[in-house]
Structures are given as structure tokens and as C-alpha cells.
Design a protein around this ligand. Structure first.
Ligand code: ZN
Length: 150
């Protein structure tokens, strides 16, 4: 199978994790099983973590599991980008059969996290144009010095 994940760390695939309604859970799209695998986060949602594969399609890297990179993109916003397997296709995949339709679904591009629009650069600070300076006192009157006695 030449659909090895494009990103990997040390031969272990690196997949995107999308946020679900559970803040400590991510959804990972598996292009071999054609389903979303849900995993409980074991660390902060900004850290790449390792998970054992839950694949019933048994890809070649099944024993290695995969890394999951949590993103801030919602699963609900990307789940429509990919087509999942039907029940009959799931059964066929679990039995090790890959039909032409399943092959076409496996070749579809993986869902990607949305790129957040970058902030526009901050406007330059306006320089002070008041010619009279600040309106608060910058020097306070000092008490008169006592006259020196001889
Ligand atoms: Zn899988």
C-alpha cells in the first residue's frame, strides 16, 4: 500500500487530532479504516502524544501505533471533508478485503486543520502633539530652605 501517511516521526505516523465536544478527547481520521478513531488525551492539548492503533484494517504500521498532533480545529468542521466506510465496507476491511471503492476512499486527501487568519500588523503609535506637555505637575514646589545662622 503506497498510501503511507505523509508525516511521520521515526517511522511512526503523525496524524492530526481534531477537538471534539469532550475537551480531553481528540478525533483522528484513519485513512486505512476509513473511520474516525477517538482517543483520550493523556497530556495537554498542545503536546504531540503517542497512541496505540485501534485499526481493524490492520495497516502495515499497526504495531507501531501513531502520534497524534492535537489541533484547535473542530472535528465537526472537518468531518464532512472525508467519506467514511459503510458497514459492509467495515466488515470487508476487517476481513482483509479491499475493494475498488474502498481503495478510492483510501486515496482521498486527509482532513487538514484550518489555518487561522493571521493578525494584521499593529498600527504605529501616534506621537504626542500637545505642545504644552503633560497636564500633571512634573515638579513640586519645595519648602524654602531655613536661613543659615552664624
Ligand atoms: Zn485505523
Amino acid at each position: 500500500m503506497n498510501t503511507y501517511p505523509e508525516r511521520s516521526i521515526g517511522g511512526v505516523p503523525l496524524l492530526y487530532g481534531f477537538t471534539t465536544l469532550n475537551p480531553m478527547e481528540v478525533a483522528v481520521y484513519c485513512r486505512f479504516c476509513l473511520v474516525w478513531h477517538h482517543h483520550k488525551l493523556v497530556g495537554p492539548p498542545t503536546v504531540v502524544s503517542y497512541f496505540e492503533a485501534r485499526c481493524y484494517a490492520r495497516p502495515e504500521w499497526y504495531d507501531r501505533g501513531y502520534w497524534v498532533e492535537p489541533t484547535s480545529t473542530s472535528w465537526l468542521s472537518v468531518r464532512g471533508q472525508v467519506r467514511c466506510a459503510t458497514v459492509a465496507q467495515v466488515r470487508a476491511l476487517a476481513a482483509g478485503r479491499v475493494s475498488w471503492t474502498v481503495r478510492q476512499k483510501q486515496l482521498q486527501p486527509e482532513p487538514r486543520p484550518q489555518v487561522r487568519p493571521s493578525r494584521p500588523p499593529a498600527a504605529p503609535r501616534k506621537t504626542r502633539t500637545n505642545p504644552y506637555g503633560p497636564q500633571w505637575p512634573t515638579a513640586y514646589p519645595q519648602p524654602p530652605e531655613a536661613p543659615e545662622e552664624d
